[in-house]
Write a protein that binds this ligand. Structure first.
Ligand code: SIN
Length: 540
């Protein structure tokens, strides 16, 4: 059976970090890359990003100010050296993207900069309100023109394979041919994005099922700070709209949040009112909705000139029109929704993890940049910086020479084709509902324990199902989703304090003892001082 695909590097995921990393590598070396992505190259969280990429690009702005805003949003849990390195690299990354063809908005040759929550300056470089899409399509076009990269769309990683304490590659499911392939490589780079799909309501695309985090965890990676999940304050509330974000950039241009009866409530919650850090605005909305029994709040920008609104937010305007909402003349019904996975695979900024042969970059990681709450538009920036650093690190490793191990073909055992696909969809729905109701914006021990109990039952059933039936893409995602949900619950139970996006009604204050939550398959979940990856690493 011809099931073997070999290359120097296996890259999994095709958002900003995966594509930029691959471009750096293929443009600067002759190493070969297999690029695996579970749908098409453009089905990514990056493609859905509206706001933009935060960076110091105005003479009025300073690195110190961007660093300060990032640290404030991160609520004591950022790693200052990581924050400094990412932010100081920002302008170069924006210019690199521009040189690759991203058509950032400019006025008189200067970047036209937007403002978002938690930023004290205008520093968000953007392409109207579809920045992520502009970045994704530019990089996708470049990748398709590049040699030394073989692209595998509609291919889903199932698990990493470890040989002699080193990652030797992965088993990957070819969704069209319905067969499992062996991807062997010297290094494997996970750029698999976040896990918004773990919650019932999310701004993320269906692809965001936390695959990289779950798979790396099962392979022995340290996973850090999974309790921190960012809820975006404003997703469209509409019976037929699925996951449509209303960018914070609207509030940056003056939009205000109001209750259904017209109360502009945000000034009661924070001095920065509608532009307070996201965790605060999301909680304020949640609290007003619960207090009043309302299904949503309103975001209103209709008092601005029609031309201004349509000029700045053409994508949002036209999408809302499809749902019968005219944002130039009426307020938009909105609710908070799960948006960004701040926890993830503990990684350095060059992608290094605690496992030999495995790198991770982008949203699937936790580097310490975002701390307990990500500052808006800092994540595309992190993805770009990590792609560049991971390229240098990878080149150094490959130039030095690293072993490549073989492993055997996928063993299907006695598994048969499933005739009960409804089990998968039902379990998926149950997990997401339990996560939303018990592990959402406001948490308590009682709620978290309820979620834990339900998830345990589902996990046992899924495990059995996984062994009995042949793999399918839905089953692979379900298995990952449940592992990620468990990591979030266990980490949230351990953090008996409120910090950033993790808000506990039963522990409403900060703990004086600021520590990370680490999770490891064998060591369990525990609180720790800042770790150095090498403490856990076998050497290559
Ligand atoms: C937004 O446009 O509001 C999203 C920006 C981000 O999440 O960084």
């Amino acid at each position: 059976m011809n099931d073997l695909i070999e290359s120097d590097i296996l890259v999994v995921g095709s958002g900003i970090s995966g594509l930029l990393f691959t471009l750096h590598l293929t443009q600067n070396t002759n190493y070969t890359v297999s690029l695996v992505t579970k749908r098409s190259l453009t089905d990514t969280n990056t493609d859905w990003a509206q706001g933009g990429i935060a960076s110091v690009l105005s003479p009025k702005d300073t690195f110190e100010s961007h660093i300060e805003d990032t640290l404030t949003a991160g609520d004591g849990l950022c790693k200052p050296t990581v924050v400094k390195e990412v932010i100081e690299n920002g302008p170069d990354q924006v210019r690199l993207l521009e040189s690759l063809g991203v058509p950032f908005d400019k006025v008189n040759g200067e970047f036209e900069l937007g403002k978002e929550g938690g930023h004290h300056e205008r520093r968000v470089a953007h392409v109207k309100d579809f920045t992520g899409h502009a970045i994704q399509s530019t990089l996708t076009k470049r990748i398709r023109e590049t040699k030394n990269v073989q692209i595998f769309e509609n291919h889903m990683m199932i698990d990493l394979v470890t040989v002699s304490d080193k990652i030797a590659g992965a088993y990957v499911f070819d969704k069209e041919k319905k067969k499992v392939l062996r991807f062997q490589s010297k290094l494997t780079v996970l750029a698999t994005g976040g896990a918004g799909k773990v919650f019932l309501y999310t701004s993320n695309p269906d692809t965001a099922s936390g695959d990289g985090i779950a798979i790396a965890y099962r392979a022995g990676a340290i996973i850090r700070n999974m309790e921190f999940f960012q809820f975006h304050p404003t997703c469209l509330y509409h019976p037929y709209a699925k996951s449509f974000l209303i960018s914070e950039a609207l509030r940056g241009e003056g939009a205000i949040l109001k209750t259904m009866d017209g109360d502009h409530f945000t000034p009661r919650y924070h001095d920065l009112a509608d532009l307070a850090p996201r965790d605060i605005v999301a909680r304020a909305i949640d609290s007003e909705m619960k207090k009043r029994g309302d299904d949503h709040v309103y975001l209103d920008i209709s008092f601005k000139q029609k031309e201004f609104i349509q000029g700045h937010f053409p994508h949002i305007d036209s999408t809302l029109k499809e749902y019968g909402i005219d944002m130039t003349s009426e307020p938009i019904p909105v609710v908070p929704a799960a948006h960004y996975t701040m926890g993830g695979i503990a990684s350095e900024l060059n992608g290094k993890t605690n496992i030999a042969g495995l790198l991770a970059i982008g949203e699937t990681t936790n580097t310490g940049l975002h701390g307990a709450n990500r500052l808006a538009s800092n994540s595309l920036l992190e993805g770009a910086v990590m792609a560049k650093n991971a390229f240098s690190y990878t080149k150094e490793l490959l130039d030095k020479g690293i072993p490549e191990y073989t492993f055997s073909s996928w063993d299907e055992g006695t598994s048969v084709e499933s005739d009960e696909a409804v089990f998968v969809t039902h379990a998926w729905d149950e997990i997401r509902r339990a996560m939303w109701n018990y592990v959402g914006i406001v948490r308590t021990d009682g709620r978290l324990l309820k979620a834990k109990k339900r998830l345990k039952l589902i996990k046992d059933e899924v495990q059995q199902y996984y062994w009995d039936y042949k793999v399918s893409s839905n089953l692979i995602e379900l298995r990952n989703l449940i592992d990620v949900a468990n990591l979030i619950i266990e980490s949230a139970l351990l953090r008996k304090e409120s910090r950033g996006a993790h808000y506990r009604l039963d522990y409403p204050m900060h703990s004086p003892d600021v520590r990370d939550t680490l999770a490891h398959k064998i060591l369990g979940v525990f609180l720790s001082e800042d770790i150095h990856i090498d403490e856990f690493s076998p050497k290559i």
